[in-house]
Design a protein around this ligand. Structure first.
Ligand code: UD1
Length: 446
């Protein structure tokens, strides 16, 4: 099934200035123009798989172990959430091993404060409903990249017999006459697929999620749920079938490597004209992105096993056109990094962002650095390649934009200072150290 574009509300306008002025942070990323990056780098687990997998442990009773867990701020926020509902959590940030004991869970409420810190908290709803028959959460709210409603989650929980009341910022839900159903998503939302799937694992009967999101992170969630004892099957066209079971067991699971961290390191190699080897990069999950790097003229070598990517960058990259889409399309989360690289490519590139209505906001910051980018309508960026970018002070609007500005800073003459460092810290653990080890001149000043 061809995914439709999600419904956009053109009235949703958030300016970058308002975001930054509301959240002043003194910390800065400081990036100097760097030589061609060279060397090998290791990856951590995917943030987007980790957050939902941590929340899936609410479905189990006992002590589970998660490995390869990145120690970024979003993970810390979800640890706080789990502790609030009664989990005992131990996180060793040096080994990236997280232990979560869910034997004594006793809460089904998620505070507004935690919901605002990370949108992924909304993914507690399905597991809490499955475990307690109740969930009391808050609206995660929109953010600068888009309104990000949760109507697909709500509508489909209701179809399955969940009664939902919205009062101000809170959503109170309880199960009434739960029933397994065929659920058709209007759009393959990653979060809605994950939330509904987790709920359905403990609901009697067969639930089908049709037009489901099939991102690699969704498959990692399926993998851990199956280890717990869930009965889940994936079939064409984009259908996830879940047969409810009575209980799920605690597990030991290693999170998949982060294709987005891999993407950042590959663009770092590309934009500096370097050579970067990522022996753990999940090439099989990065097809469209790697194809576009190749189209730009970079040499991409993929290990025959599908794990491991090397980039040998061309010194004269070419313009390419990109349209973001659900997996296996070009990931919206790699769009900002790629835009940074395209600012220095020969010719005119076009980026059409179809997943979020306001995710070209980093273009303005790249323009501050000398890029030539024009936004037509609200969803398309026309990028005319320039000879040089210049270091200046710029502001990061979200996790991926913070990294795009770092990447641009590696190639820009002089010094780039980047504010909005809390976004960087939400998304990455020590990425600045990995870049430095490859030869980048970057520091995080707190
Ligand atoms: C997840 C990822 C995020 C990534 C996105 C798309 C996590 C923690 N985050 O976010 O990094 O950018 O997938 O790959 O895994 N939508 C609705 N109503 C809904 C749900 C979604 O209109 O109920 C819209 C959203 O506003 C957006 C589009 O659908 O425009 C895609 O959203 P979705 O796939 O749900 O993204 P998230 O799960 O929030």
């Amino acid at each position: 099934m061809v995914p439709q574009t999600p419904h956009f509300d053109p009235a949703h306008v958030t300016t970058l200035d308002s975001v930054v002025h509301n959240k002043p942070h003194a910390a800065l990323l400081v990036v100097e123009q760097s030589p061609a990056l060279e060397g090998e780098s290791l990856l951590l687990g995917a943030k987007n798989a980790t957050l939902v997998i941590m929340l899936s442990l609410i479905l189990t009773r006992g002590k589970s172990i998660l490995r390869n867990v990145p120690a970024n701020d979003d993970v810390i926020h979800i640890i706080q959430l789990l502790e609030k509902v009664g989990a005992i959590v131990f996180f060793d940030k040096d080994t990236n091993i997280l232990e979560v004991d869910t034997s004594g869970l006793d809460g089904y409420e998620v505070e507004l404060e935690i919901m605002k810190k990370t949108r992924a908290s909304v993914l507690a709803m399905g597991p809490l409903l499955a475990r307690f028959g109740k969930a009391d959460i808050a609206f995660p709210g929109g953010d600068v990249i888009g309104a990000r409603p949760i109507d697909y989650h709500i509508k489909n929980f209701e179809k399955m017999g969940v009664s939902i009341t919205e009062t101000g910022e809170r959503i109170t839900a309880h199960t009434e006459h739960v029933k397994s159903r065929n659920l058709l998503l209007e759009y393959p939302s990653v979060g809605a697929t994950e939330n509904l799937m987790m709920f359905a694992t403990l609901i009697p009967g067969t639930t089908k999620i049709i037009n489901a999101a099939l991102e690699p992170e969704v498959f990692d969630l399926i993998a851990i749920l199956k280890k717990m004892g869930a009965r889940i099957d994936v079939s064409v066209p984009a259908t996830i079938t879940i047969i409810g079971v009575d209980a799920l067991d605690s597990v030991d699971h290693t999170i998949i490597f982060d294709r987005l961290e891999a993407g950042a390191l590959l663009v770092a190699g590309a934009i500096t004209g370097g050579y970067v080897h990522l022996p753990q990069a999940p090439a099989h999950a990065m097809g469209m992105f790697l194809m576009k790097l190749q189209e730009m003229g970079h040499t991409i070598l993929i290990h025959p096993s599908g794990m491991g990517v090397k980039i040998k960058a061309t010194k004269s990259p070419r313009a390419v056109n990109i349209k973001t889409a659900p997996y296996p399309g070009f990931p919206t989360d790699l769009q900002a990094y790629t835009m940074a690289a395209l600012t220095l490519a020969q010719g005119t590139s076009k980026i059409h962002e179809t997943v979020y209505e306001n995710r070209l906001i980093h273009a303005r910051q790249l323009v501050e650095m000398g890029a030539q980018i024009e936004i037509t309508h609200y969803d398309t960026a026309i990028i005319r390649g320039v000879e040089e970018l210049y270091g200046t002070h710029v502001i990061a609007s979200d996790i991926r934009a913070s990294c795009a500005l770092v990447l641009a800073g590696l190639a820009a003459t002089g010094t780039t200072t980047i504010a909005g460092v809390h976004h960087w810290k939400r998304g990455y653990q020590g990425l600045e150290d990995k870049l430095r080890a490859l030869g980048a001149n970057i520091s995080l000043q707190e």
